[in-house]
Design a protein around this ligand. Structure first.
Ligand code: MF3
Ligand code: CO
Ligand code: CO
Length: 255
């Protein structure tokens, strides 16, 4: 499909969907504790989205995905399927929330430490967040996606971390995944040129070891080939006349 430019009415709906997705991440934080299963986190988020927000959890049945959220623990890169796996002290988990409200999608994820985590886990979470924020802060009309990918990759590699190449950010709106693809690596002066009214995600996956990944036999869970730690953060962004608006900002977490 091609890139969609949102009308003012559509932008208002994207703001609502983005706020709801952010609210789910805010709500779930107190439940991310040693001893909880990722299935329990999935159930709490599902019930909140459906019963409180009157919204739809977009992952559920998306291309056959069996749950309402993604939970990716430690060396899992993305698309982890909630299960009876118990989170233990020292784990780090990415929770990725996508909701549909009034026909529009909001998509956001963050890392959560489980109890007390070691410095490597803290470091990879911090570097991935910095990569996302560096990319977001470049967003304005006229900037090319290759400029953003280059800056994200440069930051990760300066920190001796690596960027996953097989998965990327994406346009978002009535569809979960729209054009353009938003790569988290690249060359300046290349790629799609941003225009006012576009909405897309920036969601770098950053590994503390090598960048190579593999897909588990469940057909969804992506893990690092070398079993090194991986981290990811994601926001949904609107391109405004002179910059950007983050549609998935959480209460009290403005960057
Ligand atoms: N939320 C993910 C993203 O950021 C996509 C998850 S697809 C699913 O694009 F099927 F695994 F839910
Ligand atoms: Co996304
Ligand atoms: Co997501």
């Amino acid at each position: 499909m091609s890139v969609t430019i949102k009308t003012p009415e559509e932008i208002e709906k994207m703001r609502v969907a983005g706020r709801l997705a952010a609210d789910v991440l805010h709500m779930i934080r107190e439940h991310v504790q040693p001893g909880v299963t990722t299935d329990e986190l999935d159930r709490i988020c599902h019930d909140y989205i459906v019963n409180e927000q009157k919204a739809i959890p977009a992952p559920l049945n998306y291309r056959g995905f069996p749950k309402s959220i993604c939970t990716s623990v430690n060396h899992q890169v993305c698309h982890g399927i909630p299960s009876d796996k118990v989170l233990k002290n020292g784990d780090v988990v990415n929770i990725d929330i996508t909701v549909i409200k009034d026909g529009f999608h909001g998509d956001t994820s963050k890392m959560f430490p489980v109890g007390t985590v070691n410095t490597a886990a803290e470091r990879i979470s911090r570097v991935a967040k910095e990569c996302m924020l560096i990319g977001i802060d470049m967003v304005k009309p006229g900037v090319q996606l290759g400029d953003i990918g280059f800056a994200i990759q440069r930051h990760a590699e300066k920190q001796h971390c690596s960027i996953v190449r097989e998965y990327c950010g994406h346009g978002i709106g009535r569809e979960f995944h729209e054009d353009p693809q938003v790569l988290h690596y690249g060359q300046p002066g290349t790629g799609y040129t941003l225009q006012e009214g576009m909405c897309f995600t920036i969601e770098p996956m950053v590994n503390i070891g090598k960048r190579q990944v593999k897909l588990l036999p469940d057909g969804w869970t992506v893990v690092t080939k070398d079993h090194s730690l991986s981290a990811q953060w994601e926001h949904t962004i609107l391109v405004t006349a002179d910059g950007y608006e983050i549609l998935t900002i959480r209460p009290g977490d403005e960057p």
